[in-house]
Design a protein around this ligand. Structure first.
Ligand code: NAI
Ligand code: MG
Length: 494
């Protein structure tokens, strides 16, 4: 294995970027109708390059290539261990190109280069974790009634359509490629229209790693056209999607005709709960990280901050003081703590919620404005004395805006924390082991953190209760969602 090459230069230069193609059947190609769209640098609002926009015909070509690879290529007959080897090779290539990938990710998405480096490490962890799974996907033998031998096989679902968002372009790709490839599926992926650059770089690395043609296809395009063409395509067996809950509902309806398997990882309005007995400095730092990490553009963002009334005043003061010191700026500057939001659309959405919060009577304690005159920056923002029925306490803002909700006692808290259509993540800060475990048991969320936040690992299942999703990613759980379970029964003797 190659040595890690994660050098950490003090300042980072903007990368030079060529126009982007599509990756279909092992080749980089233009779209069939030559259509392109621009990808934007969110730090400046300037166009970076043009990107090929896949037509329905391109989707069809990609699906046919994936089907061919699934049914007749070396991929079908390859030993599972060799599938794993290809994935390890891809991980090694990612490691050798780690710094370039991180810089490109930062440049295109606006996330700080430091965060992007962390994401690349997450990609390595995920690819290697699932590479290890490739030859460990087993069935069972089952003691049935009668003189029969029954056993199960776990086989690939087939051609999987994967649609990812812009907030963690590389990491979401790895979360979807990892289990899909380990289980022997073939992939048609659509990258987010805002962030096409690193996914196409990953396609180059996959080609270099030696995946057979058609096993991985990577498309660019809009959701309503390219994405929709994938969702209705009869040659796609499963859709794995990460994004907005409303988009998942559209996909569910569109996928009904072909009854595709669908897994969804959607948004949240995660309750982050601070009890008066918590380690105060740690809880303040935790609440800060929970909401402001990546400018709040995380499905797990701790956007509903419940603070026990006894410490409420002091807690908000401390959080506000830290918030006012946050360094906002160029994501390629390693001193920057928060870059721009991904797009003007997202910036406007966030500022709209800030406006609404003020109109509905919440108390603005910090931030609340656009930052600077160019690029899509938003100040980290705190609303205090938020009521449960306000829009800023109910809807996903997906920006650096936290709603502080004071509470009294654990019973009231549990009811209010669960009063949401979402159920992705939740956290609690306390030194009382009883309260911690009670909350962990009773809160309706797929992930619960005790005295920590945003700790997500490729080894542990991740996904949502209620409208935050369907199915789980990461860990062994994802293997189930990328395989079909087959029962084989053999008659033994007369
Ligand atoms: P979105 O759900 O529209 O987009 C996510 C992906 O789905 C993109 O690749 C997009 O092209 C595709 N898509 C959109 N419409 C589609 C359709 N009809 N059929 C198939 N694919 C489709 O999310 P968007 O517009 O980028 O962001 C809007 C909001 O969604 C955000 O403000 C945030 O609240 C939420 N969101 C949640 C994410 C999460 O991690 N759970 C990630 C990104 C956005
Ligand atoms: Mg959308």
């Amino acid at each position: 294995m190659s040595a890690p090459t994660m050098e950490k230069p003090r300042s980072v230069k903007a990368p030079v970027v060529k126009d982007q193609p599509l990756f279909i059947d092992g080749r980089f190609v233009d779209s069939s109708d030559q259509k392109t769209f621009a990808t934007i640098n969110p730090a400046t609002g300037e166009t970076i390059c043009q990107v090929a926009e896949a037509s329905a015909q391109d989707v069809d070509r990609a699906v046919k290539a994936a089907r061919r690879a699934l049914e007749s290529s070396p991929w079908k007959t390859m030993d599972a261990a060799d599938r794993g080897k290809l994935m390890f090779r891809l991980a090694d290539l990612v490691e050798q190109n780690a710094e370039d990938l991180a810089v490109l990710e930062s440049f295109n998405s606006g996330k700080t280069v430091n965060d992007a480096r962390g994401d690349v490490q997450g990609v390595l962890n995920t690819l290697r974790y699932y590479a290890g799974w490739a030859d460990k996907i087993e069935g069972r033998t089952i003691p049935v009634r009668g003189n029969f031998l029954s056993y199960t096989l776990r086989q690939p679902v087939g051609v999987v359509g994967q649609i990812i968002p812009w907030n963690f372009p590389l990491l979401m790709l790895a979360w979807k490629w990892g289990p899909a490839l380990a289980c022997g599926n073939c992939i048609v992926m659509k990258l987010a229209e805002q962030t096409p650059l690193t996914g196409m770089r990953m396609a180059e690395l996959a080609l270099e790693a030696g995946f057979p043609d058609g096993v991985i296809n990577v498309l660019n395009g809009m959701g309503e056209t390219t994405g929709q063409a994938m969702v209705v395509h009869p040659g796609i067996d499963k859709i794995a999607f990460t994004g907005h809950v409303d988009t998942a509902k559209i996909i569910t309806k569109a996928a009904a005709d072909t009854l595709k398997r669908c897994t969804f990882e959607l948004g949240g309005k995660s309750p982050n709960v601070i009890f008066a007995d918590a380690d105060l400095p740690a809880a303040v730092a935790g609440a800060f990280h929970a909401i402001y990490f990546h400018g709040g553009q995380c499905c797990t963002a701790g956007s509903r901050l419940f603070v026990e009334d006894k410490i409420h005043g002091e807690f908000v003061e401390r959080l506000a003081a830290a918030t006012k010191n946050r360094k906002i700026g160029d994501p390629l500057d390693i001193a920057t703590e928060q870059g721009p939001q991904v797009s003007k659309e997202q910036m406007d959405k966030i500022l709209g919620y800030v406006d609404l919060g003020q109109k509905q009577g919440a108390k603005l304690v910090a931030g609340g404005k656009r930052f600077g005159g160019r690029g899509f920056y938003v100040e980290p923002t705190i609303f205090d004395n938020v009521r449960d029925d306000m829009a800023i306490a109910r809807e996903e803002i997906f920006g650096p805006v936290v709603s502080v909700l004071p509470f009294k006692g654990v019973d009231e808290l549990l009811k209010r924390a669960n009063d949401t259509n979402y159920g992705l993540a939740a956290a609690v800060w306390t030194k009382d082991i009883d309260k911690a475990h009670l909350y962990a048991r009773e809160v309706k969320a797929g992930t619960v953190w005790v005295n920590c936040y945003h700790v997500v690992d490729s080894t542990t299942p991740f996904g949502g209760f209620k409208q935050s999703g369907q199915g789980r990613e990461n860990g062994e759980a994802a293997i189930e969602h990328y395989t079909e379970l087959k029962t084989v029964t053999v008659k033994l003797g007369p």
